[in-house]
Design a protein around this ligand. Sequence first.
Ligand code: PLP
Length: 281
Amino acid sequence: MNLDFSRSFVEHREIFNRGFWIKRDDCIHQYCNGNKARKFAGLLDSTHKVWISYGGNQSNAMFALAYLALIKGVAFHYVMPSFYGEPVGNLKMSLGFNMTPHILPFGSSVAQLESYAKSLCFDNALFIPQGGSVELAQKGMNALAKELSQSIGGSPIIFYTSGSGVGVVALQRALDSYFPRASLVVLSCAKADLEQQFLAYALTPPLILHSPFAFAKPKREIWQMREYLKSRGLVCDLIYDSVGFYIIHRHLAMFENRELVFIHSGGLLGNISQELRYKIH
Ligand SMILES: *Cc1c(COP(=O)(O)O)cnc(C)c1O
């Protein structure tokens, strides 16, 4: 059993009057695709019978892990903060995949979720930190770098969105090995201090461009960018890739005369709950 990376093809799109090669990682799998497929593919080799993780109650990571645990026959425990109303979107689907939720009070901090998740751990359980880990992500990111080198080649700019930073650190390491002429440009949607994470892995940090928006909060500009991208034939999520293109648009003049690649980071089912939040606002 495997995630089929060969389903991720490359297509050309005209966006902001520039040509982009789009790496369609959203096509890898219906449930586990994009960033999460790349980062968690290594888990398919794991022999643990229990996985324990924590984070938001609509997280794409939760959903991807719940699916992988189901197909591997692993028990998956996930610690999250409480929520209002009936489960929807990623949470509803994860519960449908037999995930065991551990629900802490409203407003529990990430540190509280993490320490509760650690308290559930025992010898044969695999603890998966929020965002995963660079070591776990390396297998899928190596494959991504090789695919890009083979299908695109040259010395392009490669844009990739980032949250925890785990994905872009593992991708930079992979590019250094398999596609050193490519230049990664990070579109940071959540974190201000990503440079540190590259330094911690003894990497020269790539160019990091930051979102002007609060992470995952509904914003008219993000919705409008999603609609524009749709009109160009590209369907993106509202938390990462629509924000990513907003950032690119602001800085496009920096990338004249370069070949541009955008790695679709997937997570389109996350739009279910995020669209509901836009309707309320
Ligand atoms: C998780 C996620 C990211 C960010 O990944 P990190 O490795 O945490 O930086 C980007 N895009 C989508 C759709 C995601 O689900």
